[in-house]
Design a protein around this ligand. Structure first.
Ligand SMILES: C[S@@+](CC[C@H](N)C(=O)[O-])C[C@H]1O[C@@H](n2cnc3c(N)ncnc32)[C@H](O)[C@@H]1O
Ligand code: SF4
Length: 377
C-alpha cells in the first residue's frame, strides 16, 4: 500500500428524487435513515485495517452528498481524515448546494466541488427528470466558483433524445463562462432499469439522431480546446493542473479504499465491493458483520491488462516505463499479439516525449475507444 497515492472513496446513497436516466445506487433522502447510515460509515472507516489512515485523495460521491443536512455534512467531514489529503472532492447537486453547505465545504478542507448539472436546457432537465431548474444550476455553480475552491467541476450529459449540437454548444458556453475549472461530459448511457431506457425501448420517446450525435464529439473538443480545456481523459476536460487526481490514480491502476454501500476497493492486488442495498449495509455493519459482498484477485497478467485498459482512457497514454514499474510486466510483451494489429489499424500509436515512450489511443479512435479497448482486455 502506498499512502502517497492511496485514495478513499465515500459513497452517499441519497438523492432528492430519482432522475429518469440514472442506474446508480441511490435512495430518496430520509433524515433518520441518513443518520443511521452515517453512523455505519463511521464504524466501517474505523474498522479499516490501516495503521495510519492517510489518504492522498478523498472523493465523496453519490448519489448526492449535498442532499444531507448541514449537521450531517458536518459530522461526515469530521469523521474523515481530511488533513493528509492533497485533494478532497465532493459531489453536489444544484437543488441542495446551498451557500451554507458550500461555505461548510470550503471551511472544512474540501478542495474540489463537483456539481451535477447535466444540461442548462429547460427541455433537457425536464426530459432527464432532474430535480432543479437551469437558473438555479447556473447560480449554484457561480456561487461555488466564487468560494475559492481549488477546482469546480461540472458534469454534463450529451446525447439525450432531442439534443442538438447547438444545444450542447450552449451548455458548454455557459459552463465555461460560469468559472468551472473541470468538465466531465458523459455520453448518455442507456442504463438497465432506468425509466428513460424503458421509454426508449418502448419507443415512447424518439432516440437521439445519429447524424446529430456524430457532431457532438468534435463540437465539445473544439470548443473546450479553444477555451484552454485539455481533453485529458475520454470524458474529462480541464486546463493543465486541474485534472481530478483521485480519478487519475484509479485510471492508472492505483489503490483506493471505498466505504459505504456498493463501494468498491482496490488494495494490495485485490478488488472487493460492498453490498448494494443500503438497509442491508447498515444492518451488517451495526451487527458486526462484514459489508463486503464479493472479491476477486486477478493473476498478474490479467491485472496488468486491466490496468492498461483503464490507463489508456487518459489521453497522455501509458508511460511504458512507469507501467513496467507499477505492474512488473513489460507492456510490449503483454500485448505482443495485439499491438501490431492495433497500431496498424490506427487505433493506437506510440508517442515519444522527453525520451519516454507512451502508448495512447489515436485522436480518431477516441469516439470508438470501447471497440479498441475490448481487444486489450
Ligand atoms: C452518479 S452521478 C452523482 C452526481 C449527482 N448525483 C448528479 O446527479 O449530478 C455522477 C454523474 O454520472 C453521470 N450519469 C449518471 N447517469 C448517467 C447516464 N445514464 N449516462 C451518462 N451519464 C450518467 C451524470 O453526469 C452524473 O452527474
Ligand atoms: S443522476 Fe445523480 S441525482 Fe439523479 S438519481 Fe442518479 S445519483 Fe441521484
Amino acid at each position: 500500500m502506498n499512502a502517497d497515492s492511496l485514495g478513499l472513496y465515500v459513497h452517499i446513497p441519497f438523492c432528492a428524487s430519482r432522475c429518469r436516466y440514472c442506474g446508480f445506487v441511490s435512495n430518496i433522502y430520509d433524515h433518520d435513515f441518513a443518520d443511521r447510515y452515517l453512523e455505519a460509515l463511521r464504524m466501517e472507516l474505523n474498522a479499516q485495517p490501516l495503521t495510519e489512515r492517510r489518504f492522498s485523495t478523498i472523493f465523496i460521491g453519490g448519489g448526492t452528498p449535498s442532499s444531507l443536512s448541514v449537521r450531517q455534512l458536518e459530522s461526515l467531514l469530521k469523521m474523515l481524515p481530511l488533513g493528509w489529503a492533497k485533494e478532497v472532492s465532493i459531489e453536489a447537486n444544484p437543488e441542495s448546494a446551498t451557500e451554507e453547505k458550500l461555505r461548510l465545504f470550503s471551511d472544512n478542507g474540501v478542495t474540489r466541488v463537483s456539481i451535477g448539472v447535466q444540461t442548462f436546457s429547460h427541455f433537457g432537465v425536464k426530459l432527464l427528470g432532474r430535480p432543479h431548474d437551469p437558473v438555479t444550476a447556473q447560480r449554484r455553480v457561480a456561487a461555488a466558483a466564487a468560494r475559492g475552491f481549488h477546482s469546480v467541476n461540472m458534469d454534463l450529459i450529451a446525447g439525450w433524445p432531442g439534443q442538438t449540437a447547438s444545444m450542447l454548444l450552449a451548455d458548454l458556453a455557459i459552463a465555461v463562462d460560469s468559472g468551472t475549472t473541470h468538465l466531465s461530459c458523459y455520453e448518455l448511457m442507456r442504463l438497465p432499469g432506468s425509466e428513460l431506457t424503458r421509454a426508449l425501448k418502448a419507443k415512447a420517446i424518439p432516440p437521439q439522431s445519429d447524424r446529430e450525435a456524430r457532431k457532438f464529439w468534435d463540437v465539445t473538443e473544439r470548443f473546450l480546446g479553444d477555451h484552454g480545456f485539455g481533453h485529458y481523459e475520454i470524458s474529462n476536460y480541464s486546463p493543465p493542473g486541474f485534472e481530478c487526481r483521485h480519478n487519475v490514480n484509479a485510471w492508472k491502476g492505483g489503490e483506493y479504499i471505498g466505504v459505504g454501500v456498493a463501494a468498491h476497493s482496490h488494495l494490495l492486488g485485490a478488488r472487493y465491493w460492498n453490498v448494494s442495498d443500503a438497509a442491508e449495509y447498515v444492518r451488517r455493519i451495526t451487527s458486526g458483520d462484514s459489508p463486503v459482498e464479493g472479491s476477486e484477485t486477478l493473476e498478474a497478467d490479467e491485472k496488468a491488462r486491466e490496468t492498461a485498459v483503464f490507463w489508456l482512457r487518459l489521453s497522455a497514454g501509458i508511460d511504458a516505463a512507469e507501467f513496467g514499474e507499477r505492474t512488473g510486466i513489460c507492456l510490449e510483451h503483454l500485448y505482443y499479439k495485439e499491438l501490431p494489429y492495433l497500431l496498424g489499424a490506427g487505433g493506437l500509436e506510440w508517442r515519444i516525449q522527453a525520451g519516454r515512450r507512451f502508448l495512447r489511443l489515436t485522436k480518431q479512435s477516441y469516439p470508438v475507444a470501447d471497440a479498441v479497448l475490448i481487444d486489450m482486455v
